[in-house]
Design a protein. Structure first.
Length: 199
C-alpha cells in the first residue's frame, strides 16, 4: 500500500519544486556558471539550510533540471506503429530540436557547458540525449522488422554517430546565434543519418 503524503511531505515537495523552478529561471536568465546558491535562496525566500536539506550542491539542481527535461521530452517522442521508421525518426529529431530552440542559444549553451563541466554524463541519471536512445532503438527495430532497414551497424554504433552529430548541431547553433535556424540546421545534418540503416 502506497504511503499517504502528510501536509509536511506536501510542503517539502512544494519547497523543492519552488527552489528548482527558481534555479531554472535564474539559469535561463544568467547562465549556470553565474548563478549562485545564495541567489537561488534569496530569490525563493528560503534559507541556505533549507536549500541543503533538498540538494547537496548546485550540481544537484542540474540533475533535477535534467530529470525534468527528460520527462517533458519523453512526452514528445510519439511512437505510432502506422508511421514508417524514417518518419518516426524525423518526427523525434524535429520534436527535440523544437524543444531545445524554445530555450534559446544562451540557455542551451550554458546548459551544455554545465553538463560537460559537471561531468553529468557519468552520473546515474539519463541526459536528454541518452533519452532518445531507447526511442531510436525502437525505431530501428521497426525499420528492420518492416524491411526498410538492415543491420548495417549495431544500434549502439548508430546512436554514437547520431549523438555526436546532435551535439555538433547544438554547438554550432550556440556559436552562430541567428545565422542558422536550429530546425533547418538540425534537419539538414541529422535527417540523412538514418540512411546509414537503409538497404
Amino acid at each position: 500500500m502506497e504511503k499517504r503524503l502528510t501536509n509536511r511531505d506536501l510542503q517539502a515537495l512544494e519547497t523543492e519544486r519552488k527552489v528548482t523552478d527558481m534555479a531554472m529561471k535564474l539559469v535561463r536568465e544568467y547562465g549556470y556558471d553565474q548563478v549562485t546558491i545564495s541567489q537561488i535562496c534569496n530569490a525563493c525566500g528560503v534559507a541556505k539550510g533549507t536549500f541543503y536539506s533538498y540538494f547537496n550542491s548546485k550540481k544537484d539542481i542540474l540533475i533535477k533540471l535534467t530529470s525534468r527535461f527528460n520527462k517533458e521530452l519523453s512526452q514528445l517522442f510519439i511512437y505510432d506503429e502506422d508511421l514508417s521508421a524514417v518518419t518516426l525518426y524525423q518526427n523525434a529529431v524535429t520534436a527535440y530540436l523544437n524543444y531545445v530552440k524554445k530555450d534559446g542559444h544562451d540557455f542551451t549553451k550554458s546548459y551544455v557547458k554545465a553538463m560537460i563541466d559537471e561531468e553529468l554524463a557519468t552520473e546515474n541519471t539519463k541526459t536528454s540525449i541518452e533519452l532518445q536512445k531507447e526511442f531510436i532503438d525502437k525505431v530501428l527495430s521497426k525499420g528492420i522488422r518492416d524491411g526498410d532497414f538492415q543491420l548495417n551497424m549495431s544500434y549502439d554504433d548508430f546512436f554514437e554517430i547520431f549523438s555526436a552529430a546532435l551535439m555538433g548541431v547544438l554547438t554550432q547553433w550556440c556559436m552562430r546565434h541567428e545565422i542558422d535556424d536550429l530546425i533547418t540546421l538540425g534537419q539538414r545534418v541529422l535527417f540523412p543519418i538514418i540512411n546509414l540503416m537503409k538497404k
